[in-house]
Design a protein around this ligand. Sequence first.
Ligand SMILES: CC(C)(COP(=O)(O)OP(=O)(O)OC[C@H]1O[C@@H](n2cnc3c(N)ncnc32)[C@H](O)[C@@H]1OP(=O)(O)O)[C@@H](O)C(=O)NCCC(=O)NCCS
Length: 155
Amino acid sequence: MLSIEQTREVNELTALNQDVQDWHASHFPHEFKPFDPVSMDSAFRNILDQKDSFAFVAKLDNKPIGYILCFIKIRSENAFQYKKSIMLIDQIMVKSEHRNKGIGKNLVAEVEKLAKQLHISDLQLDFWEANKLAAHFFTNSGFKTFRIYMEKHII
Ligand SMILES: CC(C)(COP(=O)(O)OP(=O)(O)OC[C@H]1O[C@@H](n2cnc3c(N)ncnc32)[C@H](O)[C@@H]1OP(=O)(O)O)[C@@H](O)C(=O)NCCC(=O)NCCS
């Protein structure tokens, strides 16, 4: 049976994170470190200690198979822009053998539900341009490009 529950269990997130960290490390070796369970455990612990961080885990027959991690981000009002609160999806991952069954969409739906409860009207996220799977998934989940980051290597 599939269940999706909010979690603060660091161990579950660390174990699930390996695939996504390894993907980033193999595509962008100068930016991302190889997966290291000890430092990842401590990173998730620090993240989940913040009251504005939330994680949901998808479980199949009580075994973790995917997760989503999000934060509330508040931009204060300044001379240029109005105040805005957004729910930022920082990470999402479903184990490869369980993909294409709607689990990713269910995880995003949980974050949408939470954001609505907190009266936050917008979800945002970013992903690496090379991650075509993510582009396809997020577009099909209703996300639209609203800002573009560019870089130029000069050395
Ligand atoms: C991106 C990711 C989370 C998507 O998870 P997923 O569980 O495969 O996503 P879903 O199953 O909800 O949606 C994928 C497809 O399955 C389809 N689907 C939904 N319900 C379905 C069902 N019951 N049966 C079959 N297919 C279904 C969806 O329509 C969608 O297809 P489409 O996009 O071609 O229309 C997953 O591919 C992943 O973990 N990728 C690696 C990590 C990553 O890149 N994360 C993003 C950057 S941090």
